[in-house]
Design a protein around this ligand. Structure first.
Ligand code: ATP
Length: 234
């Protein structure tokens, strides 16, 4: 579904990601793990069309270079950023509808709205509340919900649980599991690997802009280097 081949990304003369290759197959959860500053966000930014890159990124067989962010979303590749990018003075309901702004099938949008409210009952209870007045965890639910309203085939999540209260992390984990069970393909980046280590089928370890380990999750969890560097600190 997604093929990233020999991708390098720089900020001016500073290299942030070098020669990264990875694939995501339909229905999989793939985790990109690695420390702060490793280049995870930069890589997701490029895949979603926010940032230029060298190399090749194909989604559904089509190179994404040159497509606008809207075109990428309309092809089914949706990015839920670490900053969440909510509209602070809009209500929960309005924020969710913003996620569906490029869709024309109103019946399908209505069905997805009901699905999101069922997935996150806290959003249902707060339909009219302004996004800025929600807790960090609720805002994260809203950001995921809004991404779902764009009708993704592949959902990219950057740090979906970072800094959230444990009880909210559980709700978000459950929601992601439910989405995965329903067949959604997920690529997520995590510094603390909370979700990725337990739920991803495959993991890529990104360090200083390079993939230093890549493979099925079980193998990586038993890899001495990964265990010493990452699992001990979870
Ligand atoms: P974090 O989890 O802290 O977001 P990350 O793995 O997502 O870390 P990136 O945010 O992608 O890492 O950063 C990768 C490298 O690129 C870092 O060295 C960072 O300082 C640098 N970088 C990120 N954004 C910019 C920018 N706008 N201008 C210059 N350098 C940047």
């Amino acid at each position: 579904m997604l093929e990233v081949d020999n991708v390098s990304i720089s900020y001016g003369k500073t290299s942030a990601v070098s020669d990264v290759s990875l694939t995501v197959e339909e229905g999989e959860i793939v985790g990109i793990i690695g420390p702060n500053g490793a280049g995870k966000t930069t890589l997701l930014d490029a895949i979603s069309g926010f940032k230029g890159y060298e190399g090749s990124i194909r989604f559904g067989g089509e190179e994404i270079r040159g497509l606008t962010e809207q075109e990428i979303v309309q092809r089914g590749l949706v990015y839920c950023t670490e900053d969440r990018d909510l509209f602070p003075f809009f209500s929960v309901h309005e924020n969710l509808l913003m996620g569906a702004q490029f869709r024309e099938d109103r019946d399908a949008v209505q069905e997805d709205l009901e699905f999101v409210y069922d997935l996150f009952p806290r959003l249902d209870e707060r339909r009219d509340q302004h996004a800025e007045t929600m807790s960090g965890g609720e805002q994260q639910m809203l950001a995921v919900g809004r991404s779902l309203m764009s009708d993704p085939d592949l959902l990219m999540l950057d740090e979906p649980t970072l800094g959230l209260a444990p009880v909210i992390i559980e709700d978000i984990k459950e929601a992601i599991e439910r989405l995965s069970d329903a067949g959604l393909t997920i690529l997520l980046a995590e510094q603390n690997s909370t979700f990725a280590l337990d739920h991803a089928e495959r993991l890529c370890l990104l360090e200083r802009g390079e993939i230093t380990r890549q493979g099925d999750a079980e193998t990586l969890k038993n890899d001495d280097y990964v265990r010493d560097a990452y699992i001990g600190v979870v």
